[in-house]
Write a protein that binds this ligand. Structure first.
Ligand code: MN
Length: 312
């Protein structure tokens, strides 16, 4: 009898355009305050996107605001996107890369990987960004892990603004990072006093998260720390801003599989989750990160914490 209680998630994929605001939750990642937009009770997925953390902006002179010790992942990709500052990534494949604004780090966990994320010793004293997770489809979730650092994703001027494409393809620009489902991930900058317009794939569901500034969607004022779910069947998007604004747009075809999320794992069955937990605790499967001899994150207890806080 499996006792692990992962969270079942399925993209419900509203079959029409909707407009629903879901307030973010507050969370902590070590000492860093996080605003968690996904997952939330009412909406576990937007396309294959299953996790969205917003952190910063913070300014610092001492210490490391980002300092996540070695921890494992399975069945997902992590996508790190910054507006300010830098994060150093190291993983059990031996990858080492500093992501900065305009670039993206995409780690494909597949059957298992471990990594650290930290503010590098040489830094700007600023940190401001997001980390997202993408659920891997069944056909890709057991693949060999990989890591892709993109120094600069494509940026395209559009009507009323500019987009940076960190996932998928939009307006002829394609993110160089690998993805395994129909997906879109954009950083949208709306020029001051402008209406930004973009064509959407109506087979996708989409959601918006305001990063800075104020903007309006269909005469609704959008606020920070709220995930706005837009449903499917939209062929265009218009956002108006007086002062200028920056927004994350995520989307994809409604994910056709039911996933189980627990801690840093995305799986399908409780047995898979409990095996991954046991493997991490036994130092199997996830490898070691070169040069890391310090503390690693211990997996939470299976019984006592039904929904442990992910390390991201
Ligand atoms: Mn992680």
């Amino acid at each position: 009898m499996e006792t692990i209680n992962g969270k079942q998630c399925r993209a419900s994929g509203a079959e029409q355009p909707v407009f629903i605001g879901y307030p973010n939750r507050s969370a902590k990642l070590a000492d860093l305050h996080i605003s968690r937009a996904l997952p939330i009770r009412e909406r576990r997925l937007v396309g294959p996107w299953c996790f969205l953390d917003r952190f910063g902006p913070v300014a610092f002179t001492v210490g490391k605001p980002m300092n996540v010790p070695p921890h494992p992942h399975i069945g997902l990709q992590t996508v790190s996107w910054l507006l300010e500052g830098e994060i150093l990534h190291n993983d059990s494949l031996g990858s080492e890369a500093i992501v900065r604004p305009g670039g993206v780090n995409v780690m494909t966990a597949g059957k298992g990987i471990s990594h650290t994320e930290e503010t590098p010793g040489k830094h700007s004293g600023r940190l401001n960004g997001v980390q997202l997770w993408v659920a891997l489809p069944d056909s890709a979730r057991h693949i060999v892990p990989s890591f892709t650092h993109v120094k600069e994703v494509p940026a395209v001027e559009t009507r009323g603004g500019m987009i940076q494409v960190f996932a998928g393809t939009k307006n002829g620009a394609t993110s160089p990072a690998p993805y395994y489902s129909a997906i879109i991930g954009l950083d949208v900058q709306i020029h001051p006093g402008s209406t930004f317009e973009l064509d959407l794939d109506p087979s996708y569901e989409h959601a918006l998260l305001v990063l800075s500034g104020g903007c309006d969607f269909e005469k609704n004022g959008l606020k920070e720390q709220v995930l706005y779910y837009l449903g499917t069947c939209r062929s265009s998007l218009a956002l108006t801003s007086q002062s200028g604004s920056r927004v994350i747009l995520i989307g994809g075809q409604p994910f056709p599989e039911t996933i189980l999320m627990w801690w840093n794992f995305v799986a399908r069955t409780p047995a898979e989750l409990s095996q991954a937990r046991a493997d991490w605790e036994a130092h199997r499967r996830f490898g070691e990160i070169p040069g890391e001899h310090g503390d690693r994150l211990a997996a939470p207890d299976l019984l006592r914490f039904a929904h442990p806080n992910p390390a991201s």
